[in-house]
Write a protein that binds this ligand. Structure first.
Ligand SMILES: *Cc1c(COP(=O)(O)O)cnc(C)c1O
Length: 407
């Protein structure tokens, strides 16, 4: 059967137009464009309602199957295409899209945890994930324990109880930039039958192969590098395991976390240049981080690819690249207010949350909310820099003039 014939089968035959009033003809037009249109981009499909040719077809179709369509929330050609491409990028088999990175985190928590269960989070976890766990999951009787992201496998194993169901990993933490011992922590979790999930937004499917480390669920904020434009919110949840995928998919349906076609199309467009952009961000960030390390105002640059940064050995062993994200700890002779002044003095670096977009960003962070005193050795104020796609020398000049204002 040609695809045109298939297309005709998917629709009810049109009613005779000459007997209808304008209001009806405006809703029901007999023209159907020929099938077989081909272009570089897969096309943007918009739908809440999906049409069926007859009742039997409607009843026969399974919303879980990508062999057909049932309702916009469960997928369109555009969202299915993006899911397949993200699954390939992550090295997984099944991908589910969510309206934001945070909703992808929430989906994993709600699909895999029940009342009485406990989840383990690194202390430096993405802040809203901790908020969700402490304030929401806690109210529903789901417990949690925080672990030192730099702890050993034995330290982590000591926190695991018969109630522990899920271990969250983040590599590296996106403010403190500490890289955990992924292999060791995953082995400890697996030895106790604990499911592992990683927030792999930093690696973006490029710098790290989480499934090769034995991690069960890979989550990404596509908002960052995949979109690349600082103008889309989206998250993904990828697995290799069919049973795990089914649990996640049921929770996704029950929570109504589908995404729209326009947003999916934007991410599909960004994917074409993802690898080029990622390496460009990486090159510029390492250059700028290395330069900053030699500035007298700076106590330490936290960038996993720089020797001396926490978890650098893990980065070297497991990662093939690095994102354009790092943090700068200032000499403690500067007050947090002075360091705020440094951020205000930057011109090319803008002030704003998120990262992975074309424009460089700077945000001061209070690490005391993430890392208890005894486990954070830096007394100085911290600023996180997200390096965009500007020229690295121009960014260094901008940093230089802002450092000069510190006096
Ligand atoms: C941005 C981010 C998220 C959340 O993504 P949103 O799309 O903004 O909800 C999750 N984890 C990390 C590490 C992030 O940087």
């Amino acid at each position: 059967m040609s695809s045109q014939e298939q297309g005709q089968l998917d629709q009810k035959p049109p009613a005779a137009p000459q007997v209808q009033q304008l209001a009806t003809r405006l809703q029901h037009h007999p023209y159907a464009p020929p099938a077989g249109f081909a272009a570089v981009q897969p096309g943007v499909h918009h739908a809440s309602t999906v049409l069926f040719p007859n009742v039997a077809a409607m009843r026969a179709r399974d919303w879980r199957s990508k062999a057909g369509y049932t309702y916009g929330l469960h997928g369109t050609p555009t969202t299915f295409t993006l899911e397949e491409r993200i699954a390939t990028l992550d090295g997984g088999l099944h991908c589910i899209l969510c309206p934001s990175g945070l909703s992808a985190i929430a989906l994993i928590d709600l699909a895999l945890l029940q009342q009485g269960d406990t989840v383990l989070l690194p202390e430096n976890v993405y802040g809203p994930s901790r908020e969700l766990t402490e304030k929401f999951l806690g109210a529903w009787g789901i417990g949690h324990a925080l672990y030192d992201p730099l702890c050993s496998a034995a330290d982590l194993a000591a926190l695991i109880t018969p109630r522990t169901r899920l271990l969250w990993l983040e590599a590296p933490g996106s403010v403190t930039m500490e890289m955990p011992d992924l292999r060791g922590l995953v082995a400890a979790a697996r030895a106790h039958g604990v499911t592992t999930a990683i927030d792999a937004t930093w690696a973006a499917g490029i710098a790290l192969r989480p499934f090769d480390l034995g991690i069960d669920v890979v989550m990404q904020a596509l908002t960052k590098y995949q979109s690349g434009g600082a103008d889309v919110l989206m998250g993904s949840v990828t697995t290799r395991d069919a049973a795990l995928h089914e649990r996640l998919l049921l929770a996704h349906m029950r929570l109504g976390l589908g995404v729209g076609g326009d947003d999916a199309a934007r991410v599909l467009r960004g994917l074409h240049t993802l690898e080029l952009r990622y390496h460009a961000h990486d090159r510029a960030a390492r250059r700028i981080a290395t330069w900053l390390q030699s500035q007298p105002e700076v106590a330490q640059v936290l960038h996993p690819a720089l020797p001396g940064s926490p978890g650098h050995a893990v980065w070297k062993a497991e990662c093939s690249a690095a994102a354009g994200l790092f943090s700068v700890v200032f000499d403690p002779r500067y007050t947090p207010e002075q360091v705020d002044g440094f951020v205000d003095a930057l011109r090319l670096f803008k002030i704003g949350y998120s990262w992975g977009g074309p424009v460089s960003l700077a945000v001061p962070y209070d690490v005391s909310a993430m890392r208890p005193r005894g486990r954070w050795p830096h007394p100085g104020a911290l600023v996180r820099l997200a390096i965009g796609l500007e020229d690295a020398d121009d960014l260094i000049a901008d940093l230089q003039q802002a450092l000069a204002t510190l006096g």
